[in-house]
Write a protein that binds this ligand. Structure first.
Ligand code: SIN
Ligand code: CO
Length: 375
């Protein structure tokens, strides 16, 4: 199906032609788009300690970055030039941001990072840089000039607290207004400068580096390995140098380490846990006075249920991953739980089997799911 916010491409065409390959500008991608929040509400979010935010300042050509939580004083009376406030993870606190993300569900949830919103007064920006992420830059109120370049020279200015390209040579530029959207693949050099007081949403998609994946997999393996045996040397012979590690010792250690094995199933369990793991600052709110199991099911049946905004639910084969934990339910439970993972909600009158009920109740108590429908 052709999608207007992809410039009339079908999701398949977008993936084939643009995803991770080349930029796409879509004028009027979301004609009815309005800011997800007011500037003052964005400032309030930046004052919360469960929300990550940064303030980027340009002072006489020098860059400064400070990290939230901020206080309202940090924004009151701030001169009207050359600064940008960036607030990450707005989808974790605003249902309307989560709803916007659902428009991008033609890309797997496992690739999603978050929805960030920036505000900058005229002249503000974060400098010319590149990201390792795919990003859809959706313009809210105000106008922003975007300059981009396919340049291969991605060297950065040394000694500054943020990534600034040393030699940015813009090749194309556009002024984006409310509802316009620009998709940029990773490593595409770009520079966005606010022309008016300007709000921009960045829908960012993460891509773990091989190094990060390997490091995390080794941590997973450490917790899941069960290797038997103890170093033994009943045939020890006299060594000339007591400080020397002998070849025999080396051989035996190599043999012991050779017992580290992993299979497809380890990779599957690791990946699902890793990709659904909440970021370290994420805290779930448990219900203060939880309902009994019976009342919970009754209410879910009448009102439906939905994933908390912070929850990340994925599945792979017959395993369900919820916020970093793995579950292997039976076929019937898997059918309803995978539906919850895809749609982030279950409509009223879903027929839950006993196993689904038990898991849902457990997740409700942990604050991972809520009753009713997302407001
Ligand atoms: C911004 O919204 O100001 C920055 C987004 C970006 O360039 O990645
Ligand atoms: Co960027």
């Amino acid at each position: 199906m052709k999608i207007s916010y992809l410039g009339g491409l079908t999701p398949q065409q977008f993936l084939q032609r643009h995803w991770q390959k080349k930029p796409l500008l879509v004028r009027n991608a979301f004609p009815a788009f309005r800011d997800l929040l007011k500037r003052e509400q964005l400032f309030d979010l930046a004052c919360r300690d469960d929300v990550q935010s940064r303030l980027v300042l340009q002072k006489r050509g020098a860059w400064e970055v400070s990290h939230g939580p901020f206080t309202s004083r940090d924004f009151r009376g701030r001169p009207n030039s050359k600064w940008t406030l960036l607030v990450q993870g707005v989808n974790h606190v605003l249902p309307q941001a989560q709803r916007l993300l659902l428009q991008f569900s033609f890309i797997p949830y496992a690739r999603l990072d978050d929805l960030m919103i920036s505000y900058a007064p005229p002249g503000g920006g974060v400098g010319a840089h590149f990201d390792s992420y795919d990003v859809f830059l959706l313009q809210g109120s105000g106008r922003r000039l975007w300059q981009i370049s396919k340049q291969k020279d991605l060297r950065l200015v040394a000694g500054v607290p943020l990534k600034i390209l040393k030699n940015f040579k813009p090749e194309q530029e556009w002024v984006l207004g409310m509802g316009d959207m620009l998709y940029l693949p990773p490593h595409c050099a770009h520079n966005g400068v606010a022309l008016d007081g300007c709000m921009t949403c960045s829908i960012g998609f993460r891509a773990p580096s091989a190094q990060e994946l390997a490091a995390q997999f080794l941590i997973y393996l450490q917790d899941h390995l069960d290797i038997r045996g103890v170093y033994r040397d009943p045939g020890l012979t006299l060594q000339q140098h007591p400080a020397q590690i002998s070849d025999a010792m080396l051989r035996q250690a190599t043999q012991m380490l050779g017992h580290i094995h992993w299979g497809k199933q380890d990779v599957e369990l690791f990946l699902g846990r890793f990709l659904s793991e909440p970021k370290p600052h994420v805290i779930f709110q448990r219900p203060s006075r939880p309902l009994s199991g019976k009342n919970f099911y009754r209410k879910c049946n009448a009102q439906g249920l939905y994933l908390d905004l912070k929850s990340q639910m994925l599945f792979c084969h017959d395993v369900i991953f919820m916020n970093g934990e793995a579950f292997r339910p039976g076929r019937r439970a898997f059918a309803s739980l995978s539906q919850l993972a895809d749609g982030r909600e279950l409509k009223p009158h879903t027929d839950f089997d006993q196993e689904t009920r038990v898991l849902l109740y457990q997740w409700y108590q942990a604050g991972y799911i809520k009753m009713g429908c997302m407001t």
